[in-house]
Write a protein that binds this ligand. Structure first.
Ligand code: ADP
Ligand code: DP6
Ligand code: CO
Length: 344
């Protein structure tokens, strides 16, 4: 490293993901190890995504982060764990164009600045923590020239937010809960890429972009502490469902896919009901052509079999819930599944 004036920057963009077999409950709070496997579909980054720029410079005297333009504290264990884990994987960097050379050992003393934006509501039940931590880890890995593959990076993103491990891949993704006590085998793998089932259309009906009252972290902690249904779900129900869901995805069997997705969303909310009183609203969309899943928030995610079914559904949605001047209500996002983009 020569003078203090240089800055090295990397920008990445990562989509969010929506679970069709839900993660709800941890067996280890610090390492973020789940009580069951989960499966999700990664959305198109054009619609719901995080864009994160990470910078390193010898003139930075501490790690700092801005989320949606506001500085946030990095003192929380999750940010610290991600930063520590990714720093441990940092390698030599040589940027000839800018004349920057960073040796592996230099990373211990260098600080980073992070600026991140979500193009959708943060902490409103649309998995901002998933896109956010996946993007942070992915961008830092590029900045530090880490050699880890996306599954290895997913195990780091997992320590920021569990659902984040699944946003390192496009298409359908499985988070394997793993067995190891140190969490080394709790990571994400891609089941099929985004081209495998490209007829599917995902529609998100944003009914509220307000920050939810109970974060996923707190909610699932309470469920683990108090819900007997959660124990039954994790041990007896999900293992079978995961196998059936993998089959349904492999065979593009929309009937089974829709049945499993809706059943799992229902059971997840039943677990919430078994824990504390939830707000719950379900409309009567057709199970044959449309699957629904609700995350830890009030917004509906609808998955249509194909464009024709999506168009019919949108017509109905727009008829019953016409767009209002309140931007919070009735916005629809139509997306094909898509992949992680490196915008750097
Ligand atoms: P959500 O349903 O949106 O995932 P959570 O309660 O699970 O809500 O997580 C919200 C938290 O995730 C935020 O309070 C913040 O700590 C973190 N988060 C959200 N977006 C980002 C981002 N772009 N980068 C880093 N962390 C983020
Ligand atoms: C309902 O990953 O946000 O979206 O690991 O505590 O950060 P933490 O929780 P988070 O929980 C997501 C819960 C869910 C279901 C899912 O995405 O699988
Ligand atoms: Co979240």
């Amino acid at each position: 490293m020569a003078e203090k004036s240089w800055v090295r920057m990397v920008t990445a963009q990562t989509p969010t993901n929506i679970a069709v077999i839900k993660y709800w409950g941890k067996r280890d709070e610090t390492l973020i190890l789940p009580v069951n496997d989960s499966i999700s579909v990664t959305l198109d980054p054009a619609h719901l995504c995080t864009t994160t720029t990470v910078a390193v410079s010898p003139s930075f005297d501490q790690d700092r982060m801005w989320l949606n333009g506001k500085e946030i504290s990095l003192s929380g264990g999750r940010y610290q764990n991600c930063l520590r884990e990714i720093r441990a994987q940092a390698c030599d960097v040589e940027d000839e164009e800018k004349g920057i050379k960073i040796a592996k050992k230099d990373w211990e003393n260098l600080h980073v600045h992070v600026a991140s934006y979500n193009n959708f509501p943060t902490a409103a039940g649309l998995a901002s923590s998933a896109a956010g931590f996946a993007c942070l880890v992915f961008a830092l890995a590029k900045l530090m020239n880490a050699k880890e593959d996306n599954s290895e990076l997913s195990a780091i993103a997992r320590q920021g937010s569990g659902s984040a491990c699944r946003s390192l891949f496009g298409g359908f993704v499985k988070w394997i809960m793993g067995k190891a006590e140190d969490g080394s085998d709790s990571l994400a793998v891609q089941l099929v890429d985004e081209k495998h089932w490209d007829e599917l259309v995902i529609i998100i009906a944003v009914v509220s972009s307000r920050q939810k009252e109970t974060s996923s972290t707190t909610g699932m902690r309470d469920s683990v502490d108090t819900s007997l249904l959660l124990q039954h779900r994790a041990k007896e129900v999900v293992p079978k469902r995961i196998k059936q869901m993998e089959e349904a995805i492999k065979n593009r069997d929309f009937g089974s896919f829709a049945q499993l997705t809706c059943a799992d969303s229902n059971q997840f909310h039943a677990v919430c009901l078994d824990t504390c009183p939830p707000i719950f609203y379900m409309n009567d969309t057709s199970h044959r052509q449309v699957a629904y899943t609700f995350d830890a928030g009030p917004n509906a995610v609808l998955i249509a079999h194909n464009r024709k079914a999506a168009t019919q559904l949108l017509q109905k949605l727009l008829f019953y819930f016409p767009p209002s001047s309140d931007a919070d209500l009735n916005s629809y996002v139509i997306g094909d599944k898509s992949i992680l983009k490196d915008a750097g």
